[in-house]
Design a protein around this ligand. Structure first.
Ligand code: ATP
Ligand code: MG
Length: 180
């Protein structure tokens, strides 16, 4: 499983539709201060279902929508699509390539899709559970995250190990069953 591409439109500092393609192996994003490197990481978090505006470095969710510059008007919505290689079937999907999309309009309306079909946020969370890639996964290590893990309470640290061991899903399913 690896990231194949990331498409952004109207997300933070990217008003136009752009597609970043990643090959197998290492990809580095370089550029001057303020050029949008961290915004790319934010886009990955966001499309994976991140709900914390603080984690996304904003005050309200609308802050992810391109807000305009002197030269450009603001846009009405933000959209991000992340395409993941699933040749090895690590994601619980029949498809060899899985695309997830998230859109947010200024009206507050939002939508999630998996391979072009509308889904709930819950479906996105379930798709990535136990893969390490989800919004609470350990694939994205932001600044300060290492210190956070080292300083975490033992039960919080246990969540990280359970995700890595691939057993979060069972705990989740048990809780779901108990709620009914
Ligand atoms: P550094 O090297 O300092 O970490 P960076 O390349 O990571 O910089 P980012 O933090 O990704 O830079 O980008 C910051 C830029 O994104 C700022 O210029 C900010 O104005 C712009 N930006 C953030 N949100 C929006 C938005 N909603 N609309 C327009 N521009 C935005
Ligand atoms: Mg940065």
């Amino acid at each position: 499983m690896y990231l194949k591409s990331l498409e952004l439109q109207g997300f933070k500092s990217f008003p136009d539709k752009i597609k970043l393609s990643f090959d197998k192996g290492l990809t580095a994003v370089v550029g001057p201060n303020g050029s949008g490197k961290s915004n790319i990481g934010d886009a990955v978090r966001w499309v994976l279902g991140e709900q914390s505006t603080k984690t996304l470095r904003g005050n309200k969710m609308e802050d992810v929508i391109f807000s305009g510059t002197e030269a450009r008007k603001p846009v009405g919505f933000a959209a991000v699509t992340l395409t993941i290689d699933n040749e090895q079937g690590e994601l619980a999907s029949e498809d060899r390539e899985v695309s997830v999309t998230r859109r947010l309009f200024r009206s507050g309306e939002s939508e999630y899709q998996i391979n072009g079909k509308n889904v709930r946020l819950k479906d996105i969370n379930e798709l990535f559970m136990d893969t390490g890639l989800g919004r609470d996964g350990y694939s994205i290590i932001g600044q300060g995250r290492i210190a956070e893990i080292v300083g975490a309470k033992s039960n919080e640290r246990r969540d990280i190990f359970e995700e890595a061991a691939g057993i979060s899903k069972f705990r989740y399913k048990k809780q779901e069953a108990e709620r009914r």
